[in-house]
Design a protein around this ligand. Structure first.
Ligand SMILES: Nc1ncnc2c1ncn2[C@@H]1O[C@H](COP(=O)(O)OP(=O)(O)OP(=O)(O)O)[C@@H](O)[C@H]1O
Length: 343
């Protein structure tokens, strides 16, 4: 478990003070994949660097498994560092060393016996799918392969926490997908808690259980991925969600619909969990004798649960539309008016 309690970080830049973190309170539970998202300069790097002791908070506390890491002795710091693996956007590999040596580095530094190192590195390279690349040098590998080496190295000391600093930002979408799958396997198979920072909402949607949105050094919103994606509260969060879940009516269609001669009602209908896929629309159409025209729709998966989003035009008597909407709302379905000409 990682806890941030009132964490602030102020940098001195000449005579200027830069307040990168302004009182962060966050809890990452054991076994969770927790994502922190924010635009450039929001404070993401500063935040993650306080966990592996690359930066000390200016005030406040960071606790790992209940222990305040700012009060540790030098010996305890070394021990704690082994418990925290980290991977980076630009991999941070040693180009003059082989893949084997890069992965072995944390074990060499920990004075692990040679035969044990050999055995462990082989196991780690097998796990990341690169057992045939041990004698190569980083420059001979693709970006995705380099990140797998970074991951194998981060796992070498058997950490309970893995920190990911924009780990897929330098990779193409397909490679990103395979690295995210690997991170999910690490979380599930080894029960490693993952704290990742990113500016890509797609990464959060793909693997995170929870998300916090950082802006100007503050957490402006947090919750489960499902909650935040289906009901974002803050404008910045809404922008991030919209970047991966297009649920807006196209401008041209909106113009058409705003024509004053139009007399229909338009609603956004959000299905979650088990209500997705039920033949709700046809049932409602038959029962209330309404014409339902789906103007826009998508179904996506969030944390393993389906989430559907439809924009539907209702044509028929206003009284019947009202009854139909009440009926729809009785299920696990959220209905919100987009445009209403019937009232
Ligand atoms: N070592 C430093 N000295 C002075 N200012 C710093 C330092 N590190 C970060 N900052 C400033 O702190 C603020 C937060 O930076 P930080 O790198 O934590 O944000 P970020 O969200 O990770 O941004 P990016 O995605 O661009 O890396 C920025 O205004 C940045 O310029």
């Amino acid at each position: 478990m990682i806890q941030f309690e009132g964490v602030t970080k102020t940098y001195q830049s000449g005579k200027q003070e830069i307040h990168a973190l302004n009182g962060i309170d966050l809890t990452v539970e054991t076994g969770e994949i927790f994502g922190v998202i924010g635009f450039s300069g929001a404070g993401k790097s500063s935040l993650i660097r306080t966990v592996n002791l690359l930066e000390r908070p200016s005030s406040g506390h960071v606790l790992i498994n209940g222990k305040d890491i700012s009060t540790l002795s030098a010996k305890e710091i070394r021990k704690t560092r082994k418990d925290i693996g980290m991977i980076f956007q630009h991999f941070n590999l040693l180009n003059s060393k082989t893949v084997f040596h890069n992965v072995a580095m944390p074990l060499i530094l920990a004075n692990t016996p040679k035969n044990k190192i050999k055995e462990q590195v082989k196991e780690l390279l097998d796990f990341v799918g690169l057992s045939d690349q041990a004698t190569k040098y980083p420059d001979q590998l693709s970006g995705g392969q380099k990140q797998r080496i970074g991951i194998a190295r981060a796992l070498a000391t058997n950490p309970s926490v893995l920190l990911c600093d924009e780990a897929t930002s330098a990779l193409d979408p397909q490679t990103t997908q395979s690295i995210l799958e690997l991170l999910r396997r690490i979380n599930r198979e080894y029960n490693i808690t993952i704290l990742l920072i990113t500016h890509e909402m797609g990464v959060i949607r793909e693997i995170c259980d929870k998300v916090a949105v950082l802006e100007a050094g503050k957490v402006i919103e947090q919750g489960t991925v499902f909650e935040v994606f289906t009901n974002p509260q803050q404008p910045t969060t809404q922008r991030f969600v919209r970047s991966v879940m297009n649920d807006e009516l196209p401008e041209s269609l909106l113009k058409q619909l705003q024509n004053p001669s139009r007399k229909n009602s338009i609603y956004r209908i959000q299905f979650t969990g088990t209500s997705v896929g039920q033949p709700l629309m046809s049932r409602i159409s038959r029962k209330y004798q309404l014409d339902l025209n789906v103007l826009f729709g998508n179904i996506t998966e969030l944390q393993g649960a389906p989430y559907g989003n439809l924009i539907v035009e209702f044509t028929g008597p206003a009284e019947e539309i009202k009854k139909a909407l009440a009926d729809i709302q009785e299920g696990n379905v959220n209905v919100e008016e987009v445009l209403n000409y019937a009232s």
